[in-house]
Every structure is written in C-alpha cells, then in structure tokens.
Design a protein around this ligand. Structure first.
Ligand code: ZN
Length: 295
C-alpha cells in the first residue's frame, strides 16, 4: 500500500516535471548574440522619444500625457531590461498603453506577450503580421522552420498601410514595408522639444532573411514583388531623424555614446539612410539573379 502510493507520488512528480519541460521547450529562440542581450543605458533621442532597448535590439518609447507607446520588445529575456530602462528614465512601466512592432521576428517580439500581460496595453500590428503573431512565429515563411520562437499573441487592432495610431498629442503613421516578414512596417511621426520639431522615421530595413530563391517559397508567392515595393517606397520618405529595428542598422553606437548630452542632430543621417537602402537594393537585385538549387 505504502509502496504503491509512493510509486504514484514518484510517478506524479515525474509527470509534472516532464510537462514543465514540455512547456519550457515550447518557445525556442533559435539564435541570440552578445550584442542582442547586452545591457544598454537608455537615453532621450529627440523630444518625447527615447531609446529603451538592449545594445542592439532597438526598442523605442514615446511618452504622451495620456500614457506611453512602446515599439519592439527584444528577446523574451529583454522584458526586465526594458522595464528597468523605462524606470531609469523616470517613467512608469504600467503607463504603457500601446504596443507596436516593426516585424514579427522573435528578436523584436520576444517579450511582447509578457509586457502586454503586465501592462494591459493594446497591441496594434500590420494586418499581414497577425497570423505569424498568433502562431508565435511558427508560420513565418523563413523562421517558421524553428517552430515557436516567441510566445503567441493576439493583436487588439490590425493596421493597414497609412493608418494612424493616436495617443494623447501623438500621431504615428504606419507604413507597410513587407518582405523581411509579410507584415514588416515602419513608423513615421513628429516629436517636439523646446527648440523645434522633428519628423522621425523608425524604419524596418528590408534585409533578406531566406537562403532560398524567392520562387522556392510557396508560402509567400508575393515575396519578390513585396521587396521591390518596399525598396521603392522607402526611397520616397522625407524625415529629419532615421532609426531602425536594430541599432547596428543605423549605426547607433557611432552616433551616440553612453553619457552623451541630449543631441537629436546626431540622428539626422540622410546619407547613411540612402546608402543603407542602396545596399539593400543591391542585395535584392543579386537575389533576383540567384538560380534555383540543382536537384
Ligand atoms: Zn528580423
């Protein structure tokens, strides 16, 4: 009798440990780098716009009198860094009202579900991203091969190209820039300080994710046309300040060192943007010349 119930207890313990392991394995971040996880001191970029991300995973924080906006969340483990960064700047994490993302890859979505749960904020995403969000990345045309790479999440509002996101005195325009993911997007908005106002572009740079030829991706038949559309659209945006999803993409660390004084002008870099887009156009053109793998 005793033996039997002990056996049952042991069995129950094994079963619960097993199920914990299954739960823990469900979300698998395929790759991280030291730059993605390294702590980074938050700072004020321009007006009511702040950088609150890790050393390379850019997260942007916009304050308004009616609550705040967070764009991108880094990896799952970035949640604590983002919260600490927001509090270091003197703001309340719980005042986040709107959550946005530039693309549904795990290095920008990792902590989204946890931050949404903690703050009760509304998640608004490009309509073409909704499916990949709901599957935690496993339906992504490229990274889907790694399974669930971030916690699945449902959007509260689906955005279409040119839609406006309103909060307090802020208006952000979403620009549909597909290719990198089906619903990658950029944000265009104006911030002010006591000197002047700045038009800010947070750009999702259309880098190529897949090693396959575009024609070999049946789950995304529009991919070549989407990249072409995005590259063209991105050549025609006017802005004062250019930022991107990764710090390295807009050379944040050349433009700002920890402890530097407030200096929005450091981020006025039309030439850097033009060069980056030209480089991506070249990569796209080369990709279009790529031959299918011989069977
Ligand atoms: Zn990505």
């Amino acid at each position: 009798m005793f033996k039997c119930s002990l056996h049952n207890i042991v069995l129950a313990a094994i079963l619960s440990v097993t199920s914990l392991i299954v739960i823990a394995q469900k979300v698998n971040e395929p790759r991280t780098t030291a730059e993605w996880t390294r702590l980074y001191q938050p700072f004020r970029i321009a007006g009511n716009l702040y950088y609150v991300g890790t050393y390379d995973l850019a997260c942007y924080f916009i304050t308004t009198p009616q609550g705040n906006v967070l764009i991108n969340t880094g990896l799952a483990a970035s949640a604590t860094q983002i919260k600490n960064n927001i509090e270091t700047l003197g703001f309340r994490f719980s005042d986040i009202k709107i959550l946005l993302t530039t693309q549904a890859h795990y290095d920008h979505m990792g902590a989204m579900a946890a931050i949404k749960k903690a703050t009760g904020a509304q998640l608004m995403v490009d309509e073409k991203e909704a499916d990949v969000l709901a599957t935690g990345g496993s339906s992504d045309y490229a990274l889907g091969q790694y399974g669930t790479s971030f916690k699945p999440i449902k959007a509260d509002r689906l955005l279409h190209d040119g839609d406006t996101i309103l909060l307090g005195n802020m208006q952000l325009v979403m620009l549909h820039h597909p290719g990198h993911t089906k619903g990658s997007c950029s944000f265009l908005f104006t911030v002010k300080d006591d000197q002047r106002s700045y038009t800010v572009l947070i750009a999702n740079m259309p880098s190529i994710v897949t090693d396959k030829v575009f024609a070999a991706i049946p789950t995304y038949p529009e991919i070549a046309g989407d990249y072409a559309y995005t590259l063209n659209a991105m050549k025609n945006i006017s802005f004062d300040i250019w930022l991107a999803s990764h710090a390295s993409q807009f050379k944040l660390h050349d433009k700002h060192k920890t402890g530097d004084a407030y200096n929005p002008a450091a981020f006025k870099d039309q030439q850097g943007y033009d060069d980056a887009i030209s480089d991506l156009q070249r990569q796209y053109d080369e990709k279009m010349q790529q031959l299918p793998a011989v069977k």
